[in-house]
Design a protein around this ligand. Structure first.
Ligand SMILES: [Zn+2]
Length: 320
């Protein structure tokens, strides 16, 4: 349960010396001595004003956590909505942030993996989950392994020689946009934390950066959904002998639809991540220098996207 403390909600500076000066009356608003945040004292002293029962971190009952987690995702996918609602004064409950990862990201991943297994079962026979049907067992596991990689079957002639695990940079069913966008999502908060200059300018408590980093992974849900839709289309095309639909002809070259849609998502995802952090810095944390801090953190994050893309052999082949 959030408690009322006279500390600055942005930088954590103890403002109790200020409140001790009040004897008969107190001002309604003031500013933090350390970071200059304009604040209403009532936001610090009234626990009700620091809670939002519709937010996953503050859902009062256990059975309300799941709907609140998805409601929070629906705010987060529209960054200005999230950051207008979740303010610096909104008390941070780290345990519930972990619950959000479980209820939204992991649960949706499990749902998509089950759905893609069901598609395989429907199109290729439900006995594929039995040990003797080893021809496509790799694909049934690959959907589950998406965040870290995939399982590849090694064929010798018409029989499978063995399976090997391939890391996500070789292949993931979440598509080629996943790793560059993940790298960007990690790089931005790291830059805010480690760059002495941005930390000094930002003066934002680590817990706020952690909260923004975790809910800033909201883009994974549409990515998983698109990957599932793509998988379903692929399987349908393969099972109905329409594999020609999976390739595009540009000039003399045949390009796999998979690579094209995958890489096309990168600019959209990157734009969303930039929008998320812009909203966090300006609307959520109300930084005076939000433009400069945002640029200092965004530039290295975009550079990381370019580096991860440049290391992707598939993109190199696509552009060659
Ligand atoms: Zn402060």
């Amino acid at each position: 349960m959030p408690t009322a403390e006279p500390i600055c909600p942005r930088c954590g500076y103890d403002l109790s010396a200020e409140s001790r000066k009040w004897t008969h009356a107190c001002p309604l608003d003031g500013a933090c001595w350390e970071c200059g945040l304009r604040l209403e004292w009532a936001d610090l002293f009234s626990p009700d004003r620091r809670r939002d029962v519709f937010f996953v971190e503050h859902a009062p009952e256990r059975h309300e956590v799941l709907p609140a987690a998805w409601r929070t995702w629906w705010w987060a996918i529209r960054p200005p909505v999230f950051w207008s609602r979740i303010r610096l004064e909104t008390a941070i409950v780290p345990r519930r942030i972990a619950w959000w990862v479980f209820c939204v990201l992991l649960a949706f991943h499990a749902f998509c993996a089950l759905a893609s297994n069901a598609i395989l079962g429907k199109l290729r026979g439900w006995d594929l989950f039995l040990p003797f049907r080893d021809d496509i067992r790799a694909e049934t596991f690959t959907a589950w392994l998406a965040p870290v990689g995939c399982l590849i079957a090694d064929w010798r002639g018409t029989t499978i020689w063995g399976y090997r695990f391939a890391p996500a940079w070789e292949f993931t069913s979440w598509g080629p946009a996943y790793l560059p966008l993940l790298a960007m999502s990690l790089m931005l908060p790291i830059m805010l934390l480690v760059l002495k200059d941005t930390r000094a300018k930002a003066r934002v408590r680590r817990a706020h950066i952690l909260r923004a980093a975790v809910f800033g992974l909201a883009w994974l849900v549409p990515l998983m959904l698109l990957a599932l839709a793509h998988f379903a289309f692929n399987q349908w095309a393969a099972s109905s002998n329409r594999t020609n639909l999976l390739y595009f002809q540009i000039g003399p070259k045949w390009l796999a639809l998979e690579s094209i849609w995958g890489f096309a998502l990168v600019p959209f995802g990157a734009a969303w991540i930039l929008w998320w952090w812009w909203s966090a810095l300006s609307r959520g944390w109300r930084l005076d220098e939000h433009g400069r801090v945002w640029l200092a953190a965004s530039a290295p994050a975009l550079l990381v996207v370019v580096i991860v893309l440049a290391l992707d052999q598939d993109l190199v082949n696509l552009l060659a």
